[in-house]
Each structure stands twice: as C-alpha cells, then as structure tokens.
Design a protein around this ligand. Structure first.
Ligand SMILES: C[S@@+](CC[C@H](N)C(=O)[O-])C[C@H]1O[C@@H](n2cnc3c(N)ncnc32)[C@H](O)[C@@H]1O
Length: 293
C-alpha cells in the first residue's frame, strides 16, 4: 500500500485543527522561534506552519521591515491561522496552502531566498525527510539558518512500535520517525545538504508547571533523557489498545484480521524496543537542529 503523504497530513490535521492549540505545541513553537535567533527585518519561511504557532511569534520579532511566509497543506490548520491573523493588525505574514515538499509550485515563494527557514514538529511526517531538507536549503540565503526538529525515538513509544508494525504488514502509518534514532541522524542529514555548524539541542516536550522559559526545557545530556513513563513487556496489549484508535493507525485498526495481526506483531516490536531489563521507557523529548548555509 503506497501512501500519499500530503493527503495523509491533510486528513490528520484537518481533524485536529480546532483543538490543536490546546497542547504543548504553542510553547514548543515559541521555543523553536526563539532558538532561531530571529532579528528585525528578516524574512522567514515557516514550513508546515499549521495554525501559525511559529509564524506569529516570528512576525513579532522580525517586525514591519521583515516578513513571514507560512506554508501548510491542511486547510483546517490554515483556517485557524487566518482567523487569528484577521484578529491582529499584522501586515507581515502570509499563509499559503501547498505541500512543503513542492515549494516551486508556489509562485510567491518560487525563486526567493529567506534568512531563516523553520519547520517545527513536522519533519517526521515526511516520507523523504532528506529530500525535503535538500529542497528547502535552496530557499535559504547564504548565511541563513534552518531550524527543525525530530522526536526522540522513544517519545510516543507505542507509535514507534506501530510504525514498525505498519511497515511489516505493508500498511505503513503516516509517520516516518524510523530514520531518526539518534541526534546524530538529524545532524548528518542536515550536514548532507550543505548546512554547517549544525547544533543539536535536546528539548523536553512536556509542560513543566510554573515555567515557560526555554532554558528550563533544555535537557543537558542526550544519554540521560527524562523518562515520562515506564512499561513492562506485559503491557504491550494495553498500549496497543490505547494507540490503535488514533486516525493515523486506521489502516491497522480494521478489518479485524489485520488488527489481530497488527496486535501480534506489536508484541514483538514492543519487546524489541524494550531496554535490556525488559522495560519500555517513554522519553520526554525531541531533538532540535539548527544549521547555517
Ligand atoms: C504537528 S503540526 C505542526 C504545526 C506547526 N509547525 C507547529 O509547530 O505548531 C504538523 C503540520 O504539518 C503539516 N504538514 C504535514 N505534511 C505536510 C506537507 N507535505 N506539506 C505541508 N504541510 C504539511 C500538517 O498539515 C500540520 O499542520
């Protein structure tokens, strides 16, 4: 079964758009905008802009002499972004509906180069992340920076196991996290497209009560992640039932015989992702990469 990644994203995020901002995403997106060290007058391309959670803070920083172009495939997410735009007196932000893997199709973007390109919480939704990074780098000015992130492979561990199950059953799920097992995987893909001085930061995702500040979310040591939950091998069936209802996994959830096969393979994959003591540890975190052209 082949997937149409852009259509998958549209289906997933149209359904999530009205509640999307009730999550950790607004804070995370602000942190990513902060990590880009944007300056007044700069021109920013916000890829997979969604409801505009990076675009709006970026537009405040770059100001009237700068600009932000947001691109997303989901009309639901963009309608949230545009409704917010209409409530604010902002003249430096434009949103476009298009795939971020085919920017040449956007007349207003084609041939342009930006000071900063952001892609927050979306790289692992793309089937060919390496190809996308190469495509995007063409849109970066020499001296500009690209900031993007991937989730730690053990974040949403049930989803990681189901991603593998989907591939084994040739009913792939619309997440492509497998290529990013370590921070070095992100670094090497960014360097492969010519980005230099790539810095990887390990950021906590979960809200920490009482603080919004970026510094409090930086996890200092890749080898010592924050553990969000710990499961036993015997918890496989329970976790399977918890995750299989998500829209992303609908091709594994039915018909019944596929679901049963998926459940059996899930037990195997759950055991595979367990640590040597048999525990599956869910990690709170993602890797943010920043590299310069
Ligand atoms: C998790 S949301 C992130 C939104 C925003 N960057 C943020 O940080 O809140 C992922 C977004 O990626 C978009 N997306 C996924 N694949 C896409 C594609 N091929 N082209 C354009 N947008 C895409 C989805 O529509 C969705 O809005």
């Amino acid at each position: 079964m082949r997937r149409d990644q852009a259509k998958d994203a549209q289906d997933l995020y149209d359904g999530r758009s009205s509640k999307y901002d009730d999550s950790h995403h607004p804070r995370l997106a602000r942190h990513m905008a902060e990590m880009a060290d944007l300056r007044p007058g700069e021109h920013v391309l916000d890829l997979a802009c969604g409801t505009g959670l990076v675009s709006f803070p970026a537009s405040t920083i770059v100001g009237a002499d700068g600009s932000v172009v947001g691109v997303d495939i989901s009309s639901g997410m963009l309608s949230q972004a545009n409704s917010r735009l209409s409530k604010h007196d902002l003249h430096n932000v434009d949103f476009y509906q298009n795939s971020i893997t085919d920017l040449d199709a956007l007349e207003d973007v084609k041939g342009k180069q930006f000071d900063a390109i952001m892609c927050c919480s979306a790289l692992v939704l793309l089937e060919d992340a390496a190809g996308a990074l190469k495509h995007w780098t063409r849109y970066l000015k020499p001296g500009g920076r690209l900031v993007t992130d991937v989730t730690h492979p053990m974040n949403l561990a049930g989803g990681t196991a189901l991603e593998r199950v989907g591939r084994r059953l040739q009913r792939p799920v619309p997440y492509y996290r497998e290529p990013f097992q370590t921070p070095e995987d992100l670094r090497s893909r960014m360097e492969a497209v010519g980005l230099r001085d790539v810095e990887i930061t390990f950021l906590s995702i979960q809200d920490i009560p009482g603080t919004e500040e970026l510094k409090d979310y930086i996890v200092p040591d890749f080898a010592q992640p924050k553990i969000q939950a710990e499961y036993d091998g015997a918890d496989a069936d329970q976790v399977f039932e918890e995750v299989i209802g998500g829209t992303a996994y609908k091709d594994l959830a039915s018909p019944e015989d596929v679901r049963e096969q998926a459940k059996a393979l899930f037990r195997e994959e759950w055991a595979r992702i367990a640590d040597s003591d048999g525990k599956v540890r869910v990690v709170d975190g993602l890797f943010v990469g920043k590299g310069w052209k």
